[in-house]
Design a protein. Structure first.
Ligand SMILES: Nc1ncnc2c1ncn2[C@@H]1O[C@H](COP(=O)(O)OP(=O)(O)OP(=O)(O)O)[C@@H](O)[C@H]1O
Ligand SMILES: Nc1ncnc2c1ncn2[C@@H]1O[C@H](COP(=O)(O)OP(=O)(O)OP(=O)(O)O)[C@@H](O)[C@H]1O
Ligand SMILES: [Mg+2]
Ligand SMILES: [Mg+2]
Lengths: 267, 252
């Protein structure tokens, strides 16, 4: 079966300097790929290459990216734009920068939806509020009526998640989607994303530094360092049985909560 | 006995927008000793960043007092406030917003040094040292904020905060964009500064395992209020409040 997304030997350069080299992976419908690895290794760059959002300085110089069998690497911007949102959605690492600073977030969500479907503002707000409550944004009405700077880091991040999810894309690219969330909210977001996959068969790429999250969500893991693939395979294999020295070092550096087990406790 | 460095007394912050008001920080008090690290954890939206912005005087408190080394800084301004920033520095939750997009990182990191009258050449040298200390290379001094990754920006922000040799560092999710190996390296650096130079920290962080490793005391925040305080082991192994229990049990 043709995979939903296929990246073949992709090299990305900024101003002619390669930052991602020879990266290949594929993703079936409903599959979750976790991307972990060194800070600065090119994880966000890979996601932007898939979305066609590398900007003026960035360029895929080698390799190809296929979405539903179509090569999107050199697709004209006009066709690309149609894909963004309903086909591929992205949650950005720098979530607040992805929003317009001088307009209320509710209006921005409405406009995103209205670009691709016929919808009233009231209906957009209703759908947004329903999803927001599920990911712990109880105060939905106030939040929709706020400017990005009036919201906390984790609130902005959830607005990004909410907007991408509301478009119900076939492929969701989530770049550190829970880095600003407390662990209770992180759990709710995780459950909501898994629910979305169950219901709609959404495929996802999840970039995260949280190995616990990657391990709980991903079917496959890609490990990156200095722009190169270090490891790629089923989650359990990569995280627990790989003999790649970088992967092992990464796993050994994970900090675990030290909890006294019930019974061992002596007071 | 070590000296008390920072005291927050009954801090309160009410945000007014239109007809509605929101109490983001509600009667929060704590103190911090030299060389101590106070962790702040808790619900997203519970007022942690607001506390950080009150302490660093980027926001005016609605009520309450802030003292640094015994001196009331709650309403300080101008030149006096600038001298406070030589003792207290902050790493912001969204560090990309704290660098001027039109100036290089080197320029941003060295700014406070040049303001102190240090020569261009000396500043350049110090900036390179700081970058290397934070796991980057001297080459990053010439880059612009939009030309680096999320975690690289965080490290540049840490480098900038350390430039003036502060006594107190307020870190708002300062390591959230770092992979575990780089995070380890940064924590080693901060621990060394804590032990050798008695650097103190207010350390806002969602990663409870990291808080357990690095902090001496923890405040758990919930809806603008301090839910409970204690040592990390007390909070993690003997949580008293329901919210704290839920928090601990949600760790993946
Ligand atoms: N516009 C740009 N111009 C030049 N170099 C860039 C640009 N954007 C990113 N880089 C560099 O490309 C490399 C990869 O960056 P990328 O943002 O993809 O890393 P990342 O894996 O997402 O890191 P992090 O985990 O820290 O977010 C980094 O070394 C970064 O400095
Ligand atoms: N400038 C502002 N105007 C109005 N409301 C604000 C402003 N800044 C923050 N708030 C509100 O204050 C509350 C606390 O926000 P704060 O950023 O302190 O939370 P936080 O604990 O840092 O959360 P997170 O963990 O998500 O970063 C939130 O409800 C937020 O919407
Ligand atoms: Mg990134
Ligand atoms: Mg915050």
């Amino acid at each position: 079966m043709e995979p939903l997304l296929r990246a073949e030997n992709v090299t990305v350069c900024y101003n002619g300097k390669p930052v991602v080299e020879d990266v290949s992976f594929e993703l079936q419908k409903g599959e979750i790929l976790g991307v972990v690895g060194e800070s600065g290794s090119g994880k966000s760059t890979v996601m932007k290459a898939v979305m066609g959002l590398l900007g003026r300085d960035g360029l895929v110089t080698r390799g190809d990216i296929y979405y539903k069998g179509n090569n999107v690497t050199d697709m004209p911007e006009k066709k690309r734009r149609k894909l963004r949102g309903p086909e591929m959605g992205m949650v950005f690492q720098d979530c607040r920068a992805a929003l317009c600073p001088i307009r209320k977030v509710g209006v921005q969500i409405y406009e995103c939806l209205a670009e691709h479907e016929k919808i009233t503002k009231a209906e957009a707000f209703r759908r947004a509020e329903f999803l927001m409550k599920k990911i712990g944004l109880e105060d939905a009405e106030r939040i929709l009526n706020s400017y990005p700077f009036e919201l906390s880091g984790g609130m902005n991040q959830r607005i990004g998640i909410c907007t991408a999810m509301l478009m119900n894309p076939s492929l969701l690219l989530a770049d550190e989607p829970t880095s600003a969330l407390d662990v209770t909210v992180q759990k709710r977001v995780m459950e909501e994303l898994l629910q979305m996959r169950r219901e709609y068969g959404t495929a996802m790429i999840l970039v995260t530094h949280n190995i616990g999250l990657a391990s709980a969500m991903a079917d496959q893991i890609l490990v990156m360092k200095s722009g190169k693939m270090m490891d790629y395979g089923p989650t359990d294999y990569v995280l627990h049985h790989s003999d790649n020295p970088y992967t092992r070092n990464l796993m050994n550096s994970v900090m675990h909560l030290n909890r006294v087990k019930v019974g061992e406790d002596d007071d | 006995m070590t000296e008390i460095l920072l005291e927050a007394e009954h801090l309160k912050k009410i945000f007014l927008s239109g007809k509605t008001s929101l109490t983001a920080v509600d009667d929060v008090s704590f103190s911090l000793r030299e060389g101590e690290c106070l962790g702040i954890v808790g619900e997203s939206g519970s007022g942690k960043s607001t506390i950080a912005r009150l302490l660093t005087r980027l926001l005016e408190p609605t009520e309450g007092k802030i003292r640094l080394l015994g001196e009331d800084i709650t309403h300080m301004s101008g030149k006096k406030l600038r001298s406070v920033y030589q003792k207290m520095q902050m790493v912001f939750q969204m560090p990309a917003e704290s660098f001027d997009p039109r100036r290089t990182l080197g320029n941003g990191i060295g700014e406070s040094l040049r303001n102190m009258g240090i020569s261009r050449k000396e500043t350049g040298k110090k900036v390179e040292e700081l970058l290397v200390l934070c796991g980057l290379t001297p080459e990053y001094a010439g880059r612009y904020p939009h030309e680096i990754s999320g975690g690289e920006c965080q490290r540049a922000a840490i480098a900038r905060a350390l430039a003036v040799d502060p006594l107190l560092l307020i870190c708002d999710e300062a390591t959230s964009a770092l992979d575990v190996t780089v995070q380890k390296q940064i924590l080693e650096l901060l621990t060394e500064l804590k032990e050798k130079k008695k650097l103190s920290f207010v350390f806002i962080c969602h990663d409870l395992a990291l808080v357990q490793r690095f902090c001496d005391r923890v405040l758990v925040m919930h809806q603008g209020k301090v839910e409970e305080t204690g040592t990390p082991d007390e909070i993690i192994n003997h949580p008293k409040r329901e919210y704290t229990k839920i928090l601990i049990d949600s760790v993946l």
